[in-house]
Design a protein around this ligand. Sequence first.
Ligand code: WTA
Length: 656
Amino acid sequence: MVSTPIESILNEHRSFAPPEDFVANAVINSQAEYERLYAQAQANPETFWAELAAKELHWFQAWDQVLDWQPPHAKWFVNGKINISYNCLDRHLTTWRKNKAALIWEGEPGDSRTYTYAQLHREVCQFANVLKQLGVTKGDVVGIYMPMIPEAAIAMLACARIGAPHSVVFGGFSAEALRDRLNDAQAKLVITADGGWRKDAIVPLKEQVDKALGSDLVPSVANVLVVQRTKQTIPMLPGRDHWWHDLQKGASADCPAEPMDSEDMLFVLYTSGSTGKPKGVVHTTGGYNLYTHMTTKWVFDLNDMDVYWCTADVGWITGHSYIVYGPLSNGATTLMYEGAPRASNPGCFWDVIEKYGVTIFYTAPTAIRAFIKMGEHLPQARDLSSLRLLGTVGEPINPEAWIWYHRIIGQERCPIVDTWWQTETGGHMITSLPGAIPAKPGSATKPFPGILADVVDLEGNPVADNDGGYLVVRYPWPGMMRTVYGDDDRFRRTYWEHIAPKDGKYVYFAGDGARRDEDGYFWVMGRVDDVISVSGHRLGTMEIESALVSHPSVAEAAVVGKPDPVKGEEIVAFVTLENNVNVDEDLIKTLKQHVVSEIGALARPGEIRFSDALPKTRSGKIMRRLLRSLAAGEEISGDTSTLEDRSVLDKLREGA
Ligand code: WTA
């Protein structure tokens, strides 16, 4: 990383005020109110968070210090005693919400189940007792490798209930990836299923667990619990493997939530760095509970009539914070869907919205770009009139994709919250509050109250408005990660030492490039590892990609730098076209010219390559690192275990 800041060349000036009828019922309903909250939190963050913690959550015992900040280590609500499963379940049972739908689930084959708060509580208590029976005690790590079925959420909440930190591994990861994560976390037990449904096929999860464990490849694991989902025959190892339904049947439903220390580990979740082994991101109990609770409440503007659907997988942080913990802590109805758009039903998401009257829909830019490519006739054939709020997360959203989302899915009626955050941050950091902050397509807008975000150079000095730089956070917040599991030194190096601490003041470095405009809006420009250096100018990927995507023929684009003896790097663009567009020399010329006219000659791609698909991680992020190697004609090195579809890479290579 060099110290020259990143330059911004994007020209995007559209703005969308919150619709009046949305504002009329919004929890935070004016810019002035947002500014008041922000100023209050900035003036005294401890008081701000403490008041909310006392008001919004149940504590078995109050804390005696709000924040203990020994950079880079923060402790929140020191000596407070709390249980997030209690806050997500028990406390709703003494209210009218007892029989409200907590979790609505739709399976890919079309089966469905609904759990009320009382029912979910009962299942969680029983399963917590099953875990205890198998010898799991407070502090033992439990691995969860599950399809998107209610038992995944039940397992997480049961772990939280007895103080056993969970480590959810995304069900699409290979046996090797699972093994590494289970070993790193020293998991005592694994919860899985025979299989899960995905794109009309069975994902054989138990088979992967057997491979991961081998005869003794993960010595810490003593037991495996298996949910019966897909019902194909699977081997069960006597003594080690147990059917969930067998043990659940006889288990007592009496299991009081364990009062946990606010700083007890709630979970470890692995996130892949671009190089090196995955980092186990550690989150603790009290701060995470508060932070996901407040962001869910304010960003999604939740009320009791909402049917809230986040399309992420529980294997990602988005699933942890915004399918399970945040919504349930708020007493909301959260919807979980097992399936994905597939050849046999490309419009399945719109079916789910219509069937359940979904009011809030939260998805990723990669999904939105896929919807665009599949065609607007699919959503237009369904009744989406129940929707009132849309959200996006995972990557910067290209303004043209934003506009499509707004027009076709939101029918120009729904605000869009573009939420910038990370596994490490626990919850939303920069995001609009839908009734208060006008949206600008492509900008995550403003920091959440209590988040002191800034854009700085490598020395930690703020850069001028509209100059690019490094996105940082200047003060601890309750949802922040506490360390890298088993590697505190890596925690320090990765997040706190890139920007040198000044006068003992540490800043959290997120790894993203960004700029802040004259209205205080943040524009994330992509990962700084992906910055392209052309003739001394450092360009973020997002802006050039957005320029390409704004051309009607382009569905998706990824740009990378290729070494160039004169310019340092030359821009190579990988482009996926809309259906029915043919590649010829004219198109290449047109697209290059389009980028020049949108953002300037500097960003003109030297080369454009076409492909049916781009290499992505399993959570849908474009893996530019691999494209960079391809563009340079190098062998692909580094970790490719998170790649969603290897054949995409092979095809790109053949086309080269
Ligand atoms: C990117 C996902 C721009 C960013 C919650 C971040 C975004 C990384 C946005 C974290 C957004 C996520 N706008 N970029 N709204 N949301 N990112 O850990 O680069 O899977 O650092 O967490 O995704 O990804 P993670």
